[in-house]
Design a protein around this ligand. Structure first.
Ligand code: ADP
Length: 173
C-alpha cells in the first residue's frame, strides 16, 4: 500500500529517492521551485539538463525527463513540464495530468520508491490551485492502482494556500 500525503516544506531539503521539478521546456532553469532546485543542486544538474537538451531538444509540455540530483539529498530529479494556464481548457488539464503521469512512469522505471512532487503549474504558470490539486491527486491515485513499486508519494506544498487545499482533499488533519 503506497502512502500518499501532503507536507509543507522546501522540496530541496527532502531525502527521498526522487524530487520532481516544475521545469520549463528549455530545461535550462527558471524561477520558482526550478531556481531553488538548481541553486541548491549546483552546476552538475544544469550540465545534465544541457546534455538531455542536446540529445532531445528540451522537454515538451506534459512530459518529463530524469537526471541525477547534484548536491541535493535526493538521488534523482525528475523535470516535469506543466502547462501554462490560459483559461479552462480540457487540453490544459490533460497536460497537467500528463506531467504527473510521465513523472511517475520515469520514477517506476528507475526503481524509485519515494517521490516528492511540488504543486506543478500553480506558481508562475498560474494554474488555479484547487483544480490543479484535484488533477494531481486523481492522476497519482490512478497510477498507483496499477503500479505498486512506488511506496511513498509526497505532495510538497510551499505556500499555505496549497497546503490547506491538499490537507482538505486528502483528509489530513
Ligand atoms: P510553475 O512555473 O510550474 O508554476 P513555480 O516554480 O512557479 O512553477 O511554482 C510551482 C509551485 O512550486 C508553486 O506552488 C510554488 O509555491 C512552489 N515552490 C516554489 N519554491 C518551492 C520550493 N523550494 N519547494 C517546494 N515548492 C516550491
Amino acid at each position: 500500500m503506497t502512502s500518499l500525503e501532503c507536507i509543507q516544506a522546501d522540496i530541496t531539503t527532502l531525502e527521498v529517492d526522487a524530487i520532481v521539478n516544475a521545469a520549463n521546456t528549455s530545461l535550462l532553469g527558471g524561477g520558482g521551485v526550478d531556481g531553488a532546485i538548481h541553486r541548491k543542486a549546483g552546476p552538475q544538474l544544469l550540465e545534465e539538463c544541457r546534455a538531455v537538451r542536446n540529445r532531445q531538444g528540451g522537454c515538451p509540455t506534459g512530459e518529463a525527463v530524469i537526471t541525477g540530483a547534484g548536491r541535493l539529498p535526493a538521488k534523482f530529479v525528475i523535470h516535469a513540464v506543466g502547462p501554462v494556464w490560459r483559461g479552462t481548457h480540457p487540453k490544459t488539464e490533460e497536460l497537467l495530468a500528463s506531467a504527473y503521469r510521465h513523472s511517475l512512469e520515469l520514477a517506476a522505471a528507475n526503481h524509485v520508491k519515494s517521490i516528492a512532487f511540488p504543486n506543478i503549474s500553480t506558481g508562475i504558470y498560474g494554474f488555479p490551485k484547487p483544480r490543479a490539486a484535484e488533477i494531481a491527486i486523481a492522476e497519482v491515485t490512478r497510477f498507483l492502482e496499477t503500479n505498486s513499486s512506488i511506496q511513498q508519494v509526497l505532495f510538497v506544498c510551499f505556500d499555505e494556500e496549497n497546503f490547506d487545499i491538499y490537507k482538505a482533499m486528502l483528509g489530513q488533519a
